[in-house]
Design a protein around this ligand. Sequence first.
Ligand code: NAD
Length: 512
Amino acid sequence: MGATQEKLIVIAPATGKQIGEILETPISQVDSFYQNGKTAFLQWSNLDVSDRAKYLLKLKAIIVEQMEEIAKIIAEDTGKVVTEALVADIMPTLDGIDHIIKHGEKILQRQKVKTPILLIGKKSFIEYMPRGVVLIISPWNYPMQLAMIPMISALAAGNTVILKPSEVTPLVGKCIEDIFVKAGFPEGVVQVAHGSKEVGAAFTNGKPDYIFFTGSVRTGKIIQQVAAKDLIPTTLELGGKDPMIVFADAHLERAAKGAAWAAFTNSGQVCMSAERLYVEKNIYPQFLTLLKKEIMDLKQGTDVDSDVGSMTFRSQIQICKDQLDDALRKGARLETGLSPEKWENGMFLPLTVVTNVNHQMKIIQEESFGPLLPVIPFESEEEVISLANDTVYGLNASVWTKDKEKARRVASKLVSGAVVINDAIISIANHGLPFGGAKQSGIGRYHGDAGLRIFCHEKAIVEDNGRKKSEIHWYPYKEKYPLFLQLFKSYFQTKRDWVRFAQYYLRILKKN
Ligand code: NAD
């Protein structure tokens, strides 16, 4: 388009090697992106859901065919191990596409709802009308699924999409663009704007019809403020500081393995990773020994058998250092890992467990988004519920016990978008469940039925067959007031008194 394009040099975080270059989308192109999206919307929104699903089917086939290649791109661009690229980024994307292909038509079709007797003779429906051009801004930690699930949901619902993927993992953004092109989506239905936060800000200011944002609380607040100026609706999927609660009657070996995985998968760069571990006091020393053993056995690296990869984003390392420094200065004890001054300069951080921590420390209050696991003993159910809820976040949580009643009781008291019992994180993998946060972890939900319907105007339709000359609530009101009074009294006092209801109703009708 004639505008100069900045080049993003892409460095693999795990190896430090240059692995590609990406051209930034010039900000001068924002208007033409929206224009293309609006034009494409006219056709795309008129297709049946089943016709849109055919494109998704093609998309799925391409991802399956290129699975290994995509896993390699994700692993290189993020530093995560290839097994996690496959299991936690590609698989949930494919399963999300399947879910929408299977259930999308039913979720988005016109739904008949009951019409109350006071609206006698009418029918009521809910219709789902696509909104227009949806802006999706995504982060770097699960760069495929966190971009693609909102994309395919918005598309299935009849919207066109502009994706602004994270500049930290731009090769995955490019890979997503290529997959959509290959799947043959009509021009303008899916557009990808590559680049930094300035590009994201320019598109946010471009007046999309909906913004779906996944990222930090800080950026979420900025986006919400910009959107508020034009009352643009948003979904915000933000950070977390998720508690993991282990009761003495849990399967301790399982819980220790689960804690190691939940804290260190993706090097802890997971919005739902276990970032605070509460362990019942009478098993605390025993559990700590089991946990340390699990961590000793983990292998950090880049080869196919490695368990834990590198950090993706260098700035995250400083946040982890600050939090650990603060904790150690205030008396925390290292159980595994090293103190920050001994950390090497690379992107692999020591897998760190700290004890003797409390709720006044940053490591307990602020999102770490790295491989730090603070552990706190607790004595009672009430105490641990209150500790777990003592946070500005509320994304996910886990409760570990063999006592089903207790697990459900505690789960229902946690202020959290999701709770997993005797496992962690995996609620996001069930596309039938809503996903989203409480408190500062976000606004709104996706996945599940809501995941498609948020991308629609939910329209109420009341239908009359139009054959009656008039309605009882229309003019003239003359002599109707006492009859309405009797009608509503008979209706709301004794709903089963149909005879009296019909008498009053007919008398008012005659007044028309
Ligand atoms: P971030 O907020 O820095 O960036 C996210 C995206 O927003 C990027 O594409 C970035 O370019 C863009 N952006 C930044 N500033 C912007 C602005 N002013 N206007 C428009 N766009 C802008 O977040 P991140 O570092 O990429 O991701 C990590 C954060 O995301 C963590 O806090 C994590 O907890 C959260 N997260 C939440 C979920 C969830 O589903 N709730 C999932 C993954 C990550």
